[in-house]
Write a protein that binds this ligand. Sequence first.
Ligand SMILES: [Mn+2]
Length: 375
Amino acid sequence: MINGDFDKFAGILLNAGSVLLLPHIYADGDALGSCGALAAFLKAAGKSVTLLAGEPPENKLDFLPEISGVDFACFKGNTSVEKEKFDAAVAVDCASPERLGGRLKLFEKATVKMRIDHHASGTDFCTETLLDPEWAATAEGIYLLLNRMGFDRGAERPDWLTDEVEKAVSRCIYTGLLTDTGCFAYSNVTSQTHYIASRVRAFSGDMSFVSHRVYEVKTRAFTRLMKTVYSKICFPDPDVCLLVLTNDEIREAGADESDTSGIANVLRDIEGVTAGIFVKPDNVPGRYRVSIRSELSVDAGKVASLFGGGGHACAAGCVLAAKTPADLESEIGRLLEAVRESKSCSGGRDVDASGGCEDKKDGPEENCGCRGNDR
Ligand SMILES: [Mn+2]
């Protein structure tokens, strides 16, 4: 079900002189791809467009600025952009104001505050919202929106919309679709997702490099770290896989934050496992970040929420406080108990009642690896 009015949303953007585009913090391929597509299109339409991300794109997504043909600025605070006031600001793929991080003030200063998103759970924090939880990716909504504004309209193509811009827009949309659906594999994919992918593929040219970069290439550090991962995983219950890594182990592999992001999925994907739990130290001493990935019978989001975190049914995260190894062991014990409890009371959860995958503020990013859910 679509919330919002495409024509009104499009009208505001087409009447604005300056537009600010903001993907959620730690932006994924959908948030960045959606922003890139919107930016390339609006720039061609003659708008002054500022795309301001919370951080530089992670390595595997660093091709996005190039394929979009627009500048991806990165918010650092105290920059000249903070003095500006935009006619319209759009929060993209962003379910709550917290997910704008330090850019929230800038967003709130804009004349019209807008949001285009596909997360069912979220806060209504904008004057204009365009949202459909059935879009597999926000990029799906971006296509529908731009289509109202002249994109992919054949003979009705506006004069200013060149082949080059159509290609840039299409490549960005395709990236958003591909990355939020695990290469069109998850159950969030609909016939509309494939239809839109097919439409943009007609303009984009070969897009196989995206799945290669995002899903196939593993860093050497990740590969080294996996040796430790496989030697340390344990099964506290026959269907629960647990891994606790130390800072030393991560450092010895030469790994960083991005190298550990896929590990929880590896645990969940072992045959017979219903919940994979990955624990690693947080940057703050005495705190541990937990990623939970689950199959149908465990509600990862509910479990994480008991520990002050959040997420969605298949992928969630929370932070545990533990000063000593014994504290950590007991906190993990409580977590395992919560997982067992979730299993015994759910009797299988409803995968369609997904609430998106935004974590609470201090939880880790949990935007990938869920099979039965939207991102
Ligand atoms: Mn998304």
